[in-house]
Write a protein that binds this ligand. Structure first.
Ligand code: SB7
Ligand code: NI
Length: 185
């Protein structure tokens, strides 16, 4: 079971490395990794389990965060109360094949399970993306995402390239943005 002990923190070089593509069919190890990462997200979003194991709630987890430099990330974005998740999959070898010019940032800024401090500021990303990825069965998907799920996938894909959310924050003016950027509540 993945817990906070398995998640590496800023300062560890793996978080700054370019991850490698995953080969198909998945090895037994990589299949287990994918499952364990998704289970971590499910556990972290279950109040009882999260309390018991001291898990910080997460909507995504990238393989390099558990010190495995592979192009794989689990994403679990909850839907409206009582409804299905708005996005749930393990995205493997993901590529953003196109994106909107429209920028968007979360009003609250971002956080990261690998960063044990608040770093305030807008993280301006693409509001809409077209994402190509493979699932754990080796099936290829091409999907359009917008708003929060698009932001989360960009945060995870950044991890695969060694980028952390605060790299995008303007150092002089953390809450500056272009007039036409969207703010997502
Ligand atoms: C806010 C939080 C996340 C993504 C986008 C906005 C995910 C936080 C958990 N992670 O550290 C996953 O990499
Ligand atoms: Ni993160």
């Amino acid at each position: 079971m993945i817990t906070m002990k398995n998640i590496i923190r800023e300062g560890n070089d793996t978080l700054r490395s370019q991850s490698k593509d995953v080969a198909f069919p998945l090895s037994a190890d990589n299949k287990k990794l994918a499952q364990d990462m998704m289970t971590f997200l499910e556990n972290s979003q279950d109040q009882k389990i999260a309390e018991k194991y001291h898990l910080r709630a997460g909507v995504g987890l990238a393989a390099p965060q558990v010190d495995v430099p592979l192009n794989m990330a689990a994403v679990l974005v909850p839907g409206p109360e009582g409804e299905d998740p708005s996005f749930k999959d393990v995205i493997i070898n993901p590529v953003i094949i196109s994106h909107s010019v429209q920028g968007a940032a979360l009003s609250e800024g971002e956080g990261c399970l690998s960063v044990d401090r608040d770093v305030p500021g807008y993280v301006v990303r693409h509001d809409r993306i077209t994402l190509r990825y493979f699932d754990t069965n080796g099936e290829q998907h091409k999907i359009r995402l917008k708003n929060y799920p698009a932001i989360v996938c960009q945060h995870e894909i950044d991890h695969l390239h060694g980028t952390l959310f605060y790299d995008h924050i303007n150092k002089q003016e953390p809450f500056s943005m272009e007039d036409d950027d969207l703010i997502i509540e």
